[in-house]
Design a protein around this ligand. Sequence first.
Ligand code: IMP
Length: 190
Amino acid sequence: MIQHNDAPNELLFLTSNEGKYNEASFIMNMFGIKLVWRKTEKMEVQSDDVETVALEAAKAAAIYESSPFIIEDDGLFIDCLNGFPGPYSSYVLIKLGLKRVLKLIEDDRRARFKSAVALHLAGRFMIFTGIAEGTISFAKKGDLGFGYDPIFIPDGAKRTMAEMTVIEKSTISHRGKSFTSLAGYLKKFH
Ligand code: IMP
């Protein structure tokens, strides 16, 4: 358990993805916690679960980073593709692009985004997770957000995540959930 005097006023977010930082920073700001962007490529181990990837990346980063920090790993898991691209989401987006991902989808369009945020604070590691359930759209729509947003329609919505503002997306997204849970934990010590 961290102590009251371990509570950080600001937290480093180690990521190379500006879209992630912008959303996470917006969410943490609502809780009065300042996120500072440290542009860094994370070390990625091969694993099917985002928790393991985030935790191992945080352990590797803790060797050189002494300030309190977080690292996030995400993936899009598509049911008819047995969870693919999952841990390969970033690579598949670069190599195939959204149009070719859409061509792989069959009748069952169910999918989910998973987010795992690893916190390194006072020599300890903790993981906070969030899942957004939804379906894959038939075509790309919207130009907000990043990554797979133009083809992901969250449950309960009629628009893709790329047609939502950061505020709208954050109330239902995987990242909104994992960072809200992280902020709730940190607020206990302020
Ligand atoms: P990683 O966590 O950096 O490995 O990213 C996984 C992949 O998922 C990247 O290609 C991101 O673009 C994508 N991704 C992560 N979060 C989101 C999101 O909120 N919307 C759309 N795509 C995302």
